[in-house]
Design a protein around this ligand. Structure first.
Ligand SMILES: *Cc1c(COP(=O)(O)O)cnc(C)c1O
Length: 362
């Protein structure tokens, strides 16, 4: 096998054993499930990163670094910022939770461009905050800053994701910059999917004190189970968040894998490229089957199902064939399913099941 073939073969095998292991745990005779509902990345860790994980297990009896200093320095080097501009956490959702805890009192308001990341609903509820959803009707552009300002009123901060989840759409960084420049409110820009997109807002954090970026290794770096995420922004905002964070929050394994990923980011280029190619192939195939697919710059696609049945119906029909996808029955997205993009074999299975169901409807 050539290097490329071996790489892809290894991925296919890892994927299969993963699926078999999962199904073995659930029911002895069920077929392996294709899980395309959580935007996970099925590709295995590069060997060099796996070795860092094993080495970290060897230090199991010692507490990790209290403030993840080594990981924060590695992130600062990789992203070209200072270590005071970086906070590390157990996934970016930990950082998002700290933002709610750190910047809100009960009764305060948070603005969110909607539809957006559903975790914000839970965070607002547990913090006694009011979540004010700003309608994001044209997903490929931001609403005018004026209308965001009006709608978000006295919100303590405004959250938006770019690329957005669950739409997958991407807005130009110049539009983000305009919004950040035209408000005093803190803008929390969640860039969970940025490695699948054409551009990012990292270059803005030195110029705008009210911009806080969130990054995660759960999606493009296939580390969702290890919980590694970052906040990047103004040192005063970062210091406030660090001051309320638990000591020893990240394990030795997540800190050390995080450093290793940062030092070997180009080992992931091929995996990210595969996902982008599969995404384009999936979009074309779904469109041919009668779905309307939103343009995606993430590792998933949001597709409106053909007329006649809703997203929930399709989710259940797919689930009976062991393919899991996500739906959003509340709000305006009841007619859509969100399909995560995995390896070619997974997408082949998914597309042939979709095609079989669509064929049965004619
Ligand atoms: C998946 C996702 C995250 C990542 O959460 P982690 O805690 O880092 O795993 C953050 N924001 C959005 C919008 C996501 O879809």
């Amino acid at each position: 096998m050539s290097g490329d073939e071996e790489y892809l073969h290894r991925h296919a095998m890892a994927d299969r054993s993963l699926a078999e292991g999962r199904s073995a745990g659930i029911a002895a005779y069920s077929l392996p499930c294709v899980n395309l509902n959580r935007n996970e990345n099925p590709f295995p860790m590069p060997d060099v990163v796996m070795r860092a994980a094993f080495a970290a297990i060897g230090t199991h009896n010692r507490y990790p670094e209290e403030d993840s200093g080594g990981l924060r320095s590695a992130a600062a080097r990789a992203y070209g910022v200072s270590v005071e501009q970086v906070i590390a956490g157990n996934g970016s959702s930990e950082i998002l939770a700290l933002i709610y805890r750190g910047f809100l009192a009960a009764g305060d308001t948070v603005g969110m461009l909607s539809p957006g990341f559903s975790f914000n609903h839970k965070l607002a509820a547990v913090n006694g905050a009011r979540l004010l959803e700003v309608d994001w009707a044209d997903h490929n552009a931001l609403p005018a800053s004026q209308s965001v300002r009006q709608a978000a009123g006295d919100a303590k901060f405004i959250v938006l994701a770019n690329p957005n989840n669950p739409t997958g759409t991407f807005v130009q960084i110049a539009e983000i910059e305009r919004l950040v420049a035209e408000t005093d409110q803190l803008i929390v820009l969640d860039e969970a999917y940025v490695d699948f997109a054409p551009d990012n807002a990292l270059g803005l954090i030195d110029r705008y004190q009210n911009l806080l970026l969130l990054r995660t290794f759960s999606k493009s770096y296939a580390a969702a189970g290890l919980r590694i995420g970052f906040g990047l922004g103004n040192p005063r905002v970062i210091a406030r968040l660090r001051s309320i964070q638990n000591p020893f929050n990240m394990s030795v394994i997540s800190q050390s894998v995080g450093v290793s990923i940062l030092e070997h980011r180009n080992a992931y280029d091929q995996c990210i490229e595969c996902i982008v190619q599969e995404r384009e192939r999936t979009m074309v195939a779904l469109s041919a089957l009668g779905f309307y697919v939103l343009p995606s710059h993430a590792n998933f696609v949001l597709a409106r199902v053909p007329l006649g049945y809703d997203g929930r119906w399709w989710q259940q029909a797919l689930e009976r064939k062991n393919v899991n996808v996500a739906v959003f029955p509340e709000g305006d997205l009841g007619g859509f399913i969100r399909i995560s993009i995995g390896a070619a074999e997974q997408m082949d299975t998914c597309l042939s099941v979709v095609s079989g169901i669509a064929g049965g409807l004619i």
